[in-house]
Design a protein around this ligand. Structure first.
Ligand code: ZN
Length: 389
């Protein structure tokens, strides 16, 4: 029922097929994120028609108020969402990071330009203990507890095909000592998560952590690879400051391509800028998930073959050209920039729908180009595209 087969290898890059009881996923592949069970601005079928073949739902949003039980009662995520596509759920570790270390110093997985310096921390809402994480629910302020076991139980109730072990997603600004301690905890939690998995219709990915430190990443890859996971999530943060994070991520992916067993799938969690999709695929990453295409659309930003543009910009008001002349999606074939500008400025929902359609088409088409390049062994097109994106 579950398998991962590599079709073609080229350098570190590979194409393959991940099979699940709900169908096959082409790799390297992009996993659109339906945070609370919706893609925001698009249905699953429409995304499937654009080429999406798997979706990610965030456990955290169903965890805080025990809504995973509602989903279980409704027949599981596939029934609840009314879709037969392969589904994944994450463990909640990243959202805990967002409320805690990420919130305290205003950072994401990669440091922002405006991330707070040490000493300027805001008060976090998370306490990370040996066996559990306690945090204030962002939904109603209640104290909520997550353990590896409770995360897996919630993911079992949701019933996605692929689930993830519970981990601590560390801040890119955390010290070496903190990362090292945290890594041991994540490794213990990985073992507990695996032991808690009872449903034979699900497979679990273990998560490699270690932040920006190459020795910790190696140690983590070796430990997680020694456990019987179906595949691996590459989690956590990269770089120490804005500007060095991409290079750090790429060099760590180079190391992990050597350290992780080559026959199992590798999923780079939460990273999805077009350039990163190319760079990471060339370094042997098989799967990506990211909210970029849908979130950007809600803010008027389009990903195009010549880089990001924001349709709210006044230069689009009288621009009657397509959003991206190189794109074959319905938005680009049918509408002009002036209309997209108008819809976005007037906050019309249809503007978000059209941009979501384009952005997702753009990313899924890019993944197709990446797979083709790997199969053909010719990376020249990708190298040219990277300069424009
Ligand atoms: Zn388009």
């Amino acid at each position: 029922m579950f398998s991962f087969q590599i079709k073609k290898k080229n350098g570190k890059a590979r194409t393959g097929v991940l099979s699940t009881p709900h169908g096959e996923v082409k790799t390297p592949g992009f996993v659109p994120v339906a945070t609370r069970g919706a893609l925001k601005g698009m249905g699953f079928r429409e995304a499937g028609e654009l080429g999406a073949d798997v979706f990610m739902v965030n456990t955290f949003h169903f965890y805080c108020r025990d809504e995973h039980l509602v989903v279980k009662e409704a027949g599981g995520l596939h029934r609840f969402l009314g879709t037969d596509y392969p589904l994944m759920t994450d463990s909640g570790g990243f959202q805990v990071f967002s409320l805690g270390a990420g919130w305290q110093r205003s950072t994401g997985k990669l440091p922002h330009k405006e991330s707070n310096k040490r000493g300027q921390e805001k008060k976090g809402m998370v306490e990370i203990k040996e066996d559990e994480v306690v945090f204030k629910s962002p939904f109603n302020g209640d104290l909520v507890k997550i353990t590896p076991e409770s995360s897996v139980k919630a993911q079992e109730n949701l019933g996605a095909d692929i689930i993830f072990a519970f981990d601590e997603c560390t801040s890119p600004l955390a010290s070496y000592d903190y990362q090292k301690d945290s890594l041991q905890k994540t490794h213990r939690w990985a073992e507990k998560s695996l032991q808690a998995l009872k449903n034979e219709k699900q497979r679990m990915m273990g998560i490699v952590q270690g932040g920006r430190f190459e020795d910790l990443r190696k140690e983590s890859a070796r430990f997680i690879a020694s456990l019987p996971f179906f595949g691996f999530g590459i989690g956590g943060s990269f770089g120490e400051s804005y500007g060095d994070s991409k290079e750090n991520m790429y060099s760590i992916l180079d190391i992990l391509s050597e350290e992780l067993p080559s026959l199992k799938p590798r999923h780079l969690l939460g990273i999805g800028e077009p350039v990163d999709l190319i760079e990471a695929s060339l370094r042997g990453v098989d799967l990506f998930d990211c909210v970029i295409p849908t979130r950007f659309a809600r803010h008027g930003t389009a990903l195009t073959s010549s880089g990001r543009v924001n349709v709210r910009s006044s230069v689009f008001q009288k621009d009657n050209s397509p959003l991206d002349a190189n794109c074959s999606c319905t938005t680009c074939l049918q509408y002009q920039r002036s209309y997209l500008h108008h819809l976005s400025k007037k906050k019309e929902i249809y503007g978000i729908i059209l941009l979501t359609h384009h952005n997702l088409h753009f990313i899924l088409h890019l993944m197709e180009e990446i797979r083709e390049s790997i199969e053909e062994g010719d990376f020249s097109k990708l190298q040219r595209m990277k300069k424009e994106l």
